[in-house]
Design a protein around this ligand. Structure first.
Ligand code: 13P
Length: 249
């Protein structure tokens, strides 16, 4: 199976409706000649609808930055899979390190979200990654393995083609410090091995790198065999920079 390559923008809590419109309208004027690469934009919940409408005739798609794992009910402030699906949003980021560290999201919660996404036939973007201390203590592999094996515990039948893993070392997010080519290569290889050791075919899964990706470092990272694209934060807020990253994939 040929793996799909992705260029995903995580806008985090930036961009209101006006910003979203102006970004995506100028994105629609760009020539997307890199046909092997799928682009996904993940705005805040309030901008999802606008994004879906603007991109309806484009090859780019819209994703959410989070979702809750129950179908409906008394969960003030939460958004369900079916609500997202209903407006045409098929992709959802789960387990982002900011959700884990600021909002106390656990591996078990990530698993519940993944279960819910799969049962609703939606496409997950599952974020994993080690902290600086974990890396310094030689725990990177162990942490990645723990995060993945808990999240994918019940998922023997998952369609890996529509599942993305984003390796985002916490210390590289928003810091301007990118992991070295060797670190990314090693981590992506070990993620594939973790899948192989858990009964999946690791070579079928698209693994993206995220963490201070810019138009200046995208080429060397995208040349790595096990890197199937990027999850971009800061640099995705500038349409020309994001387009330059897309073109380097
Ligand atoms: P930066 O690209 O700003 O480091 O953010 C990465 C990220 O968290 C994407 O999800």
């Amino acid at each position: 199976m040929l793996r799909t390559r992705f260029c995903v923008a995580n806008w985090k809590m930036n961009f209101n409706c006006t910003d979203t419109k102006s970004f995506l309208e100028s994105w629609n004027n760009k020539e997307l000649n890199n046909k092997e690469v799928k682009t996904i934009f993940c705005p805040s919940f309030t901008e999802l609808n606008t994004g879906v409408e603007i991109l309806q005739y484009s090859d780019s798609e819209i994703g959410a930055q989070n979702v809750f794992y129950e179908s409906n009910g008394a969960y003030t402030g939460e958004v369900s899979c079916s609500m997202l699906k209903n407006i045409g949003c098929q992709w959802v980021i789960i387990g982002h390190s900011e959700r884990r560290s600021i909002f106390s999201e656990t591996n078990e919660m990530v698993r519940n979200k993944l279960d819910q996404l799969i049962s609703e036939r939606m496409n997950p973007i599952v974020c994993i990654g080690e902290t600086k201390t974990q890396r310094e203590n030689g725990k990177t592999q162990e942490i990645l393995s723990q995060q993945l094996s808990i999240a994918f515990e019940n998922q023997e039948d998952i369609n890996l083609k529509n599942t993305i893993i984003a390796y985002e070392p916490v210390w590289a997010i928003g810091t301007g410090i990118t992991a070295t080519v060797e670190m990314v290569s090693d981590a992506h290889k070990s993620i594939r091995n973790i899948f192989n050791n858990n009964g999946f075919n690791g070579s079928n899964i698209s693994i993206l790198y995220g963490g201070s990706v810019t138009d200046g470092n995208a080429t060397e990272l995208s040349e790595l065999t096990d890197v199937d694209g990027f999850l971009v934060g800061g640099a995705s807020l500038d349409v020309d920079k994001f387009y330059a990253i897309y073109n380097q994939l």
